[in-house]
Ligand binder design. Structure first.
Ligand code: F6P
Length: 366
C-alpha cells in the first residue's frame, strides 16, 4: 500500500487546511495510507508523534478553518544535511516515500533538494548501520509534489497561490473599513500590506479599493520624482472633491534605485501636502482567518491533483508543482517555477523592472 505524507511549511496561508483535507481524502479514496507531518519539516526530522496517520474523519471541518491545523515551522535543522538524514530515516521507518508539501518557494526548494539527495541519504543510513539494505530496498526513490501555499502570490508560472485571494479579500475589507473613517474626517491613510518582495497583494488591493496611489516592488517609481508625483496625484484627487486619500504601500516597496520606500516616508509626503494622515499596518490579520471560496476550491482541486501526481510519479519525471493556469489545474516542473521566481528577484536587483513584471504570472503582468 502506498504511503504518502502531507506537510504544510513556511508561513501559514488560508486554504492550507482545505489542501490537507483534500490530500488526505483523495489519498484514502485511491487506496493509500496518508500521514500528516506536524510542525513542517521539524516533524520529519523529529518523527515520533509528529508523523500521524490520518483517517477520513480526522480532517472533518477543515474546509472552513484558517491557518494550518497540522502546524508549520521554519525548521533550521532540515536545512542541515544531518536533519535531512534523520528525516529520511523517519520516513523509511514509517514506510513513506512520497511527500506532498504545501508551502512557498523556499519550502518547495527544500523538498526538491531532499529528493535529489535521497539516494545518498539512504546509502548513508545503510553504511552507518541505522537501516539494513533490505529495509531501504523498497524506498529507492522519493516522490515530491508541491502545492503552493502563500498569501504573497509570488510563485511564477501559476496564476494563484493558495491563500492569496483570501488575503486580498481581507485587505480589501479592511481598506473599506478605513475608508469610512477616512471619509468622516477627510483624512489620508497609508495602508501597508504584506507580500514580502511581491507586489501582487498591494497592486490588486489597490485596484479593488480604488486607492489613490500604489507602491509595489516590480513597478518602482523614480527615486528623485516619486514624492512630487504622489503629491500631485493626491492633490488632484482632492481638487476633484475627494474627501479621503488612500495610499497602499507593499512592504517590499522600493524606488527605481532600489532604496526602500517605507510607509513613514509616504506618510511624510502626505503630511507635507497638508493632509491629516494616519498609517495602518495591517499585519497578520491579512494571513489569519478562514479561506475564501476560491482558495477552498483551489486547494481542493490541487490537493486531488497532487495525489494523482504522486501515483503517476516516476524517477524520470522532475518533481511536479501543482499550479493553476487560465483556470486549469496543471502540473509544472517544480524547479522551473522556482527558478523563474528567483529570476524576478534578480531582475529587480538588476533594475530590469519590465522583466520582473513579465516573469510574474500572466494576469499580474497584464
Ligand atoms: O510569506 C508570507 C508573509 O506573510 C509575508 O507576506 C511576510 O513578509 C512574512 O510572511 C511575515 O512573516 P512572519 O509571520 O514570520 O512575520
Amino acid at each position: 500500500k502506498k504511503k504518502i505524507a502531507i506537510m504544510t511549511s513556511g508561513g501559514d496561508a488560508p486554504g492550507m487546511n482545505p489542501a490537507v483535507r483534500a490530500v488526505v481524502r483523495a489519498g484514502i479514496y485511491h487506496g493509500c495510507d496518508v500521514f500528516a507531518v506536524y510542525e513542517g519539516y521539524e516533524g520529519l526530522v523529529k518523527g515520533g508523534d509528529l508523523l500521524k496517520q490520518m483517517e477520513w474523519n480526522d480532517v472533518r471541518n477543515y474546509l472552513s478553518l484558517g491557518g494550518t491545523n497540522i502546524g508549520t515551522a521554519r525548521s533550521a535543522r532540515f536545512r542541515e544535511r544531518e536533519g535531512r538524514l534523520l528525516a529520511a530515516y523517519n520516513m523509511i521507518r514509517n514506510g513513506i516515500d512520497a511527500l506532498v508539501v504545501c508551502g512557498g518557494d523556499g519550502s518547495l526548494t527544500g523538498a526538491d533538494l531532499f529528493r535529489s539527495e535521497w539516494p545518498l541519504l539512504t546509502q548513508e543510513l545503510i553504511d552507518t548501520g541505522k537501516l539494513t539494505k533490505k529495509e531501504v530496498e523498497p524506498y529507492k526513490h522519493l516522490t515530491i509534489v508541491g502545492l503552493v501555499g502563500s498569501i504573497d502570490n509570488d510563485m511564477s508560472q501559476t496564476d494563484a497561490t493558495i491563500g492569496a485571494y483570501s488575503s486580498l479579500e481581507r485587505i480589501s475589507e479592511m481598506v473599506d473599513y478605513i475608508d469610512a473613517t477616512a471619509l468622516s474626517h477627510s483624512r489620508a491613510f497609508v495602508v501597508e500590506v504584506m507580500g514580502r518582495h511581491c507586489g501582487w497583494l498591494g497592486l490588486m488591493s489597490g485596484l479593488a479599493t480604488g486607492a489613490d496611489f500604489i507602491f509595489i516592488p516590480e513597478r518602482p517609481p523614480k527615486a528623485g520624482q516619486w514624492k512630487q508625483e504622489l503629491t500631485e496625484t493626491c492633490h488632484r484627487h482632492r481638487q476633484k472633491g475627494k474627501r479621503k486619500t488612500i495610499v497602499i504601500v507593499a512592504e517590499g516597496a522600493i524606488d527605481d534605485q532600489l532604496n526602500p520606500i517605507s510607509s513613514d516616508d509616504v506618510k511624510q509626503v502626505l503630511v507635507d501636502l497638508g493632509l491629516d494622515t494616519r498609517t495602518t499596518i495591517l499585519g497578520h490579520v491579512q494571513r489569519g482567518g478562514t479561506a475564501v471560496a476560491y482558495d477552498r476550491m483551489l486547494a481542493t482541486l490541487q490537493g486531488v491533483e497532487a495525489i494523482k501526481a504522486v501515483l503517476e510519479a516516476s524517477p524520470e519525471i522532475p518533481s511536479p508543482m501543482i499550479g493553476i493556469v487560465e483556470n486549469k489545474i496543471v502540473r509544472l516542473p517544480l524547479m522551473d517555477a522556482v527558478k523563474a521566481t528567483k529570476s524576478v528577484a534578480e531582475a529587480i536587483e538588476n533594475k530590469d523592472f519590465d522583466r520582473a513584471m513579465e516573469l510574474r504570472d500572466s494576469h499580474f503582468a497584464d
